[in-house]
Ligand binder design. Sequence first.
Ligand code: BDR
Ligand code: CA
Length: 299
Amino acid sequence: MPTPVIIDTDPGIDDAVAIFCALAAPSLRVLGLTTVAGNIGLETTTANAGRILSLAGVDVPVIRGAAGPLARAGFAATDVHGNDGLGGVAMPDPVAAPRDGAVDWMADTLTSHPEGAVDLFTLGPLTNLAGLLERRPEAARRLRRVIAMGGAVDERGNVSPRAEFNFAADPEAAERVLAAGLPLTLIPLDVTRRVRARPADTAALRAGPRPEARAAGALIDAYFLTTRGGDSRPLHDPCVVLLAEAPQLFRCETRLLDVDTSDGPDAGALGPGPHQVTVAMGVDGAAALDLLMRRLMGQ
Ligand code: BDR
Ligand code: CA
C-alpha cells in the first residue's frame, strides 16, 4: 500500500521537481500540497503548486499556509528561482482554486487517517509545521514521519557561511520543530549537494516522454542560469522524496543539534545543542539521481 503523504512546499524550482517525483512514486500517494512563503511570496507559491498539479494532471487540493515566518521579516530567493518562482518555465494555469487554512487541513487530514499512517514532507520554511505543533499538537502526534529539507550540519550554508535557506527563512519555526521530538529525518545541504544534475541530464529530460520530465529539464536548466556551480547543480528538495522511496541510498546519523535564533548573520544555522535529530549525512548521489530521472521519465 502506498504511504499517504502531505507535501508542504514553497515552489520553487527544486520543489517542483520534487513534487513531480512524488506524484510518480509508486510507494507514495500525495494527499495535497500545503503552501508557505519562502522562495517567493505565498500567493505565488500557492499558484505555482496549482500549476505543477495542473501540468501533471493530478487533482489533489492546494491549501494556503503561512504568508510569513513566525517572528521575523521574510526574505525571498527570486534571484535563484526567478520572478515567478519557477524560472520562467511555462506551466498551465491551476485547474482548481486553492483553499485556505493549511494547518487545519493538515490536522483534519491526520485525524481522518489512522494514527501513524500519514507522512509529511517539508520542502520550505517550517512555519506551517510549527503552526500545527502550536495549534493542533494532538494531530501532529499522529504523523508517521516527517522528512524535512533544511539546514547545513558539517557543510557550509547557502545564505550565510553556516545557514541554509529554509532554516534561515524561519529560524524560530525550525527550532520548534527540532524541539518537538517528532519522528523527524532532516535532509541538510550535506547530502543535497551530492545529488547533482548535469546538462546531459536536463537534455535527456527535455527529450523525455512526459510533460513532467520536459518541465523538470527546463526547470533545472533555468536553475543553471541563475546559480553558479560548474557543470552540475544540486537537487535539494527531490532528496526528500528519494529518501522516502529508497532509504538504502542514504546514510543517516543521530546528531544533537540546535538552531541559531539570534539576529546575527548566521540566524537559522545549525549548531551543537540539546535536540536529538536523525540527519541524512551520506548519499549514493549517482544512484539517487538515477532514481529521480527514472521517476520523472515515468519508469
Ligand atoms: C532550499 O531552499 C530553497 O531555495 C530550495 O527550494 C530548497 O528548499 C535549499 O536550501
Ligand atoms: Ca523549497
